[in-house]
Design a protein around this ligand. Structure first.
Ligand SMILES: *Cc1c(COP(=O)(O)O)cnc(C)c1O
Length: 299
């Protein structure tokens, strides 16, 4: 319904002017989805938009979702619940720890329930067990992964007022990238999609194929995970420090920092033709920095 669809968002495209881009004769831009909302930022808003809409249409008032202790999705769902008038429960993987992310979730009114790692694996079973009897309860998968999420992410392509040769997006599950792929088809945009895997392993291409059969024109870069999910190296941290200080655009080391590092590395390697226009997607997640501050003070 209209409360969600009418939620005005601000996500401009800005050019990033680093000397190395000019030297290599490429133009780099960034779509500032991080500016959509401080806590429902980036792809988490894109992924939740039609999920929340569906919940409203079905008269569900209690959102039930899942995530790790630093999950951007948990926080986004908590904030969205407060804004759009839902109650929310977050199942948190592993022992309940205290951290800034979970404190913010609670502040937005989310009820947090720790769940052991084994039970956490079957989220539908947890939902059935605790919420099947509640007609107002609404299941949202970890990270917001769903068909609705794809539709929300696809809209990013519709918002572009200019043309670009390449579009870079950081990947966890790859749902956002699948949504971009959907947008490329739906809105008939000619652009080469690139996903930068934040996790180790080669599962993204396959997972995306489950959502969108025949999505073969994606390029997934699997060698910029810096050791895996939430892992960082001194090299990545120094890169982020320099990038933020030179551009004024805050990025974090879990997703967007890895994407930007990958882009700069690929530019250095001469991957792109002269005069290429490259768009990057800032997927938000800046509260993730709060869990990584010690890495920055050591670097
Ligand atoms: C969740 C998240 C991602 C990963 O999105 P997927 O759709 O799972 O690939 C990327 N960037 C940020 C900042 C995120 O919070």
């Amino acid at each position: 319904m209209d409360i969600i669809k009418g939620f005005e968002i601000y996500s401009p495209v800005q050019q990033i002017n680093l000397p190395m881009f000019k030297e290599h004769q490429v133009e780099v831009f960034i779509k500032r989805d991080d500016l959509i909302h401080p806590y429902i930022a980036g792809n988490k808003w894109r992924k939740l938009k039609y999920v929340l809409n569906d919940a409203i249409c079905k008269d569900k008032r209690q959102l039930v979702t899942f995530g790790g202790a630093w999950s951007n999705h948990l926080l986004a769902t908590a904030a969205a619940s407060a804004i759009f008038g839902f109650k929310s429960i977050g199942y948190v993987r592993g022992e309940l720890v205290e951290n800034a992310n979970l404190s913010l979730c609670r502040l937005f009114g989310m009820e947090l329930k720790p769940v052991d790692r084994t039970s956490y694996k079957n989220k539908q079973a947890l939902f059935q067990h605790y919420h099947a009897a509640d007609p107002e309860a609404y299941f949202i998968d970890e990270g917001g992964a769903s068909q609705e999420a794809l539709v929300g992410c696809a809209e990013i392509l519709q918002e572009l007022n200019d043309t670009y040769d390449h579009l870079f997006c950081p990947c966890g599950t790859g749902t956002t990238l699948a949504g971009l792929q959907l947008g490329v088809k739906k809105f008939d945009v000619s652009i080469q999609l690139h996903g930068i895997a934040a996790l180790a392993g080669n599962f993204i291409q396959e997972d995306i194929a489950k959502f969108i059969p025949g999505a073969t024109d994606l390029i997934i870069h699997n060698n910029y995970h810096f050791g895996g999910y939430a892992k960082t190296t001194l090299e990545l941290i120094s890169f982020i420090k320099e990038f933020v200080a030179k551009t004024g655009i805050l990025i974090e080391p879990i997703y967007t920092g890895k994407m930007m590092y990958a882009l700069v590395d690929l530019i250095k390697k001469g991957t792109f033709k002269p005069n290429s226009k490259i768009l990057t997607l800032h997927t938000g997640g800046l509260t993730g920095l709060l869990g990584k501050l010690s890495a920055f003070s050591e670097a």
